[in-house]
Design a protein around this ligand. Sequence first.
Ligand code: SF4
Length: 124
Amino acid sequence: MELMTNEQYNFKFNPSACEECGGKCCTGESGYIWTKYEEIESISKFLNLTIEEFATTYLRKVKHRYSLIEKQLEEDNFACIFFDESKKRCSIYPVRPSQCRTFPFWEQFKNNEEEVRKECIGII
Ligand code: SF4
């Protein structure tokens, strides 16, 4: 598979590592999975839910933004509500939020390759 690059980052990403990893970027410490309105629309449609049903079941409001909710796996281990634990992958992959699509090219990792390496075995 082709490596993903971003000219502003010193590392490259090998997406074929995802299979072996089992979803470290979708699990771990509790965090936010920010979801924009257009994404909420697409995910609702994908799940055959109205926006209202989807929002009530899967979103939490954080100030003026929305995040997907999480499920607790163990004491210090959380997963995105859409992480399929048996298949070890995203169950809404085709419509996952842009935060998920742009991983590992996140601002916080731009000058912190060490940090992203801890989380992702696909970093090269
Ligand atoms: S939406 Fe999918 S890719 Fe994004 S955190 Fe949840 S399980 Fe992972």
